[in-house]
Write a protein of this length. Structure first.
Length: 159
């Protein structure tokens, strides 16, 4: 009988990890709920409060800049970006959402620190609320789970 294929991952940490969370203030009712779910999940996954750094930024556009600074300092094993960009009547949404996503991806690629993208990009406020603790769950929880899993994966992989 063949050996089962090993699976690397998990929702709990095997050893301590340092996590940076960058959360936008814009659409605070949404981002505060994302942050609350994220922090509760990190703690449940084995991350100590002393190993969590939360930085609040004005909006989603500022997330990549702060993520780059935090990644460059080398104090975090993983970063989590939380925000909410809600489509309005102008093309502003397209610029902000696209630049935030691109910037976060560049930080991960350039600085070799994973940045989990927990920024909601929705058409309406009710859609965002549904994803921040409503009927569609809480994407802050999902982001924290992804952060814990990627830390476990990276620790298990050879450098």
């Amino acid at each position: 009988m063949a050996e089962p294929t090993p699976i690397i991952g998990g929702e709990k940490l095997g050893k301590p990890a340092r996590v940076g969370v960058i959360a936008s203030r814009f659409n605070a009712a949404i981002t505060d709920a994302l942050l609350k779910g994220c922090l509760e999940t990190l703690r449940a996954g084995g991350v100590a409060d002393r190993d969590i750094t939360v930085v609040r930024v004005p909006g989603a556009f500022e997330i990549p800049f702060v993520a780059r600074r935090m990644a460059a300092q080398g104090d975090c094993d993983v970063l989590i970006a939380l925000g909410a960009v809600i489509r309005g009547e102008t093309p502003h949404f397209d610029y902000i959402a696209g630049q935030c996503a691109r910037g976060v991806a560049e930080v991960s690629a350039d600085l070799d620190v994973p940045v989990i993208f927990g920024v909601l990009t929705t058409a309406t406020l009710p859609q965002a609320a549904a994803r921040a603790g409503g009927e569609a769950g809480n994407k802050g929880i999902d982001a924290a789970r992804a952060a814990i899993e990627i830390v476990n994966v990276l620790r298990a992989l050879p450098r």
